[in-house]
Design a protein around this ligand. Structure first.
Ligand code: ARG
Length: 462
């Protein structure tokens, strides 16, 4: 028979060109387990409405269970002749139950409310998977911070040496960004816990079905859609998911960029583990940071998935339009890419070696303690405007003589300003400069310990 769900009013079957264009089963087949779960819930709603007998429901559920097992072991799959996952699974059910019973399940539902529901279910599961992978990454980041808690490094703005900071402080800054990403996923999930099932094609159903019961069975904590038109047409949940995954990609790319720089001969801040770096086919000495580069590259792809989806959604009239079939591939791709990338990225961070000596050697370089001279002067009662100028003068003299700030003599200091007594030398040590910044969020070891404890506690809650 005709596998199409809509063939009756057509004299001719679809052209081959249309069938090929229209087919989505090659990418929506991954929704099959969710479609079957939806069918089970829908069958119960039909029973409650008196549209299936108890015996019919029992046989329907058995048929769906059998179909589910056959999908799981691969003995039943969709083919190009099945337009989409819903059509393929209806064919499978008809094959198992016969047309009389199998043909009853489609009452009161549409592929429009089905797809909107299944897409949410799939993404909610993957939001949880991504949350777990992000937590693993956080473990690696906090592990890195904990293992090198008191290592100083040059903190940068504009990529120039700015002020020394603790390496752990820097690493935990990335941790903060990732915590917010994880929180975004959780908040997204709360908003997405609404089931469109029961919205029908757009207008709801005349069959007395209970969409709230279906929502409960499918795990949607916030019930069914308040508006069936919105239920079938809204895809902001998909766009928001694409944004969160793009944001994760961007946050990873920022870590990646630093790893790539730190792993160069010039920086020599870190060395990547052999198992998480690659070689060159021609240059035997090479050890390349491919994971970090792929992260940087994939962030572009994730951004593309978001912008492509938004462009698809722009200016669509209500309610369902076939344009919406284009919504799934980009978002599935964002899941797939991050699920590949995150474990490798975590492994790279968990295994890299930190070159403490190199970081600490460079921490005070580039006159990064000039601010400390200025702030020391402020504590002596000098207005900051003057203090800034005096510290700037110190830098100028050092540059002219090719020396560092702590190499200025007592005479040079007093020549620059009578306020610069030899006691200023105390703040020209990295250790002192770090320890002085002991307010909340600062780079002092005591402040960073608080940050580390907070991120660790946050991780334990997830
Ligand atoms: N395959 C469609 C999609 O992904 C769902 C089915 C709705 N199709 C339709 N012709 N109304 O959006």
């Amino acid at each position: 028979g005709d596998v199409r769900l809509w063939g009756a009013r057509f004299a001719d079957g679809p052209s081959e060109a249309l069938a090929k264009l229209s087919a989505s089963v090659h990418f929506d087949w991954r929704l099959a387990p969710y479609d079957i779960a939806g069918s089970r819930a829908h069958a119960r709603a039909l029973r409650t409405a008196g549209l299936l007998t108890e015996d019919e429901l029992r046989r329907m559920i058995e048929g769906l269970d059998q179909l589910e097992a056959d999908v799981a072991d691969g003995s039943f799959t969709g083919t190009v002749a099945d337009e989409d996952v819903h059509t393929a699974l209806e064919r499978g059910l008809l094959e198992r139950l016969g047309p009389d019973l199998g043909g009853k399940l489609r009452a009161g539902r549409s592929r429009n409310d089905q797809i909107a529901t299944l897409f949410r279910m799939y993404l909610r599961d993957h939001a949880r998977i991504l949350g777990g992978l992000l937590a693993d990454l956080q473990e690696a980041l906090t592990g890195l911070a904990r293992a090198h808690q008191d290592v100083a490094m040059p903190g940068r703005t504009h990529l120039q040496h700015a002020q020394p900071v603790l390496f752990s402080h820097h690493v935990l800054a990335h941790g903060q960004a990732l915590s917010r990403d994880a929180e975004r996923l959780r908040q997204w999930d709360t908003r997405t816990a609404v089931s469109p099932y029961g919205s029908g094609a757009l207008a709801g159903s005349s069959l007395g079905l209970d969409p709230q019961a279906v929502a409960r069975e499918l795990g949607f904590e916030h019930g069914s859609s308040a508006n069936s038109i919105d239920g079938t047409a809204a895809r902001d949940f998909a766009a928001e998911f694409a944004f969160i995954t793009a944001m994760i990609g961007v946050d990873l790319s920022k870590i990646a960029e630093e790893i790539i720089l730190w792993n160069t001969k010039e920086f020599s801040f870190v060395t990547l583990h052999d198992a998480f770096s690659t070689g060159s086919s021609i240059m035997p000495q090479k050890k390349n940071p491919d994971i970090a580069e792929l992260a940087r590259g994939k962030s572009g792809r994730l951004i593309g998935n978001l912008t492509g989806l938004l462009a698809t959604l722009k200016a669509l009239p209500l309610a369902y339009n076939r344009d919406l079939q284009e919504d799934k591939e980009p978002v599935f791709d964002s899941c797939d890419q991050l699920e590949l990338l995150l474990p490798a990225f975590t492994g790279m961070l968990a295994t890299l070696t930190v070159n403490r000596e190199r970081m600490e050697e460079l921490a005070p370089a580039g006159f990064s303690l000039a601010t400390d001279i200025a702030e020391w002067l402020v504590k002596q009662g000098v207005p900051f405007r003057v203090a800034h100028e005096v510290a700037g003068e110190c830098v100028k003299v050092c540059e002219a003589e090719g020396i560092e700030l702590d190499q200025l003599t007592d005479e040079q200091f007093t020549q620059i300003s009578p306020h610069l007594t030899p006691e200023v030398r105390e703040v020209l040590q990295v250790k002192g400069a770090l320890a002085a910044r002991d307010g909340r969020g600062g780079t002092a070891p005591s402040s960073v310990a608080v940050q580390l404890a907070e991120v660790t506690a946050d991780l334990a809650l997830q």
